[in-house]
Ligand binder design. Structure first.
Ligand SMILES: [Zn+2]
Length: 423
């Protein structure tokens, strides 16, 4: 009865397996096991035999149980066939032929590999060497890319120490929130080669590609995805407006003395200035520099009245922010044309400078107003932002990766947990 519980605890449940002895010393547990003798089939001629050839002790690492590093000392029996003389080891279910760690331990390695933690921790927890842990994970966790979905998002992220340039390239499915693939480079020749290897039929199914305003991506997408339209990421192109606005604010601010009220107001309340008109709050608060109680509207008015360039910057930014929120896809073309016309008429050089970008990316920006039929939301690279943050955590916890394919495997495996990649 006791043996039953021990075998259960050790997860070696073969009924013919006998636990002969258990020794413990400090935090090491030596478990001595062997099989009862029986008839086995010769692998060469299929004759049944029970003649023993010899025994060998095999010492197998079996993980850690209750703080004990467990070793199985398996007295392995070899049989010899009475008919053809072939020698063969008895079959067993807990360790493969040349392995020094048990199958249960291997199973635990893959289980541990599903959470974000350094390989070193996995090795320590299971009483195996770091190289064994990494080798096993490399061999069994090598996910292939996912199939391209109807809507994909592409972007890059900084990878620093892994060679082949500073940036890695990522493709994801923003609707199902999956990483489709990660590659070590975003260079045009790499991407052309990569997409060129994906069957045309699969590429034809892609209808929407979301990306930032980067010309090389646009030509690659146009050449490789015949049925896709390009959607400019809203956060990405909106930034141009905020940058222009801030540049005007700082330029005007620097025309005032550092100890003046306008300088102080323009420096301190930049966050309020960036709020869109519908976000402005009308509750009053005391502002020491003005020595009065004011609300968001009054802070906006104060700044807009300091300089005509700031007034223009507010007008353009407010028009854009309201338009982004309230314009339907059907009205988007009119809205963007109107905005471009306003940029054409702008006097401030900061807004004149972004005019080109909006003209150049007009179609892609207009596409960003369309809603995805399933989510009824605009299609953005927001998911990729989230994935990039997740990648940062993986990178930090893993103390950096030297090997890109291992890094890629970790990202795909950990982020797309629900999809099976084992084997
Ligand atoms: Zn035989």
């Amino acid at each position: 009865m006791q043996e039953y519980y021990i075998k259960n605890l050790l997860r070696i449940k073969d009924e013919h397996l006998k636990v002969r002895k258990i020794e413990t010393l400090d935090n090491v547990m030596e478990v001595h096991i062997d099989f009862t003798q029986g008839y086995h089939t010769c692998p060469k001629c299929a004759f049944k035999t029970c003649r023993v050839h010899d025994y060998r002790i095999k010492r197998i690492k079996h993980g850690v149980i209750n703080g004990y590093k467990v070793y199985l000392n398996y007295k392995r029996r070899r049989y010899v066939c009475k008919r053809c003389g072939t020698r063969f080891p008895e079959p067993n279910g807990f360790v493969t032929r040349f392995s020094k760690i048990s199958n249960v331990t291997k199973h635990h390695i893959l289980k541990e590999a599903q959470s974000v933690q350094p390989f070193k921790n996995i090795a320590e927890r299971l009483n195996i060497s770091l190289s064994t842990a990494i080798r096993h994970i490399d061999r069994h966790v090598s996910p292939s890319r996912l199939e391209l979905s109807e809507t994909i998002a592409i972007d890059e992220f900084k990878k620093t120490n892994l060679g082949y340039g500073k940036y890695a390239f990522i493709i994801c499915d923003p609707i199902e929130k999956k990483v489709i693939d990660v590659m070590k480079n975003r260079r045009t020749d790499w991407l052309v080669n990569y997409f060129g290897q994906i069957p045309l039929e699969e590429r034809k199914r892609v209808k929407n590609v979301i990306m930032d305003l980067w010309a090389p991506y646009r030509s690659i997408v146009k050449n490789h995805f015949p049925n896709a339209r390009i959607i400019a990421d809203v956060f990405h192109f909106s930034r141009y407006i905020y940058w222009a606005f801030n540049d005007v604010r700082i330029r005007v601010m620097n025309t005032f003395k550092r100890d003046s009220v306008p300088y102080h107001m323009l420096k301190k309340h930049w966050k309020v200035f960036l709020k869109s008109p519908d976000q402005l709050k009308d509750d009053y608060r005391y502002i020491r520099a003005l020595n009065e109680n004011v609300n968001d509207f009054m802070i906006h008015d104060y700044a807009a009245n300091l300089h005509p360039d700031l007034e223009e910057a507010f007008r353009l930014k407010d028009f854009f922010q309201v338009g982004i929120k309230e314009t339907s896809f059907e009205e988007a073309e009119t809205f963007i044309h109107e905005f471009i016309a306003m940029l054409r008429g702008a006097h401030t050089k900061e807004f004149k400078e972004i005019k080109k970008t909006f003209i150049n990316w007009k179609h892609e920006i207009i596409n960003s107003f369309d809603l995805h039929p399933k989510t009824q939301k605009k299609m953005t690279n927001g998911t990729i932002e989230g994935i990039n943050n997740y990648i940062k955590v993986i990178k930090r916890i893993s103390y950096g990766f030297r090997n890109f394919s291992r890094f890629r495997s970790r990202i795909l495996f950990l982020y797309n947990k629900s999809y099976s990649m084992l084997g």
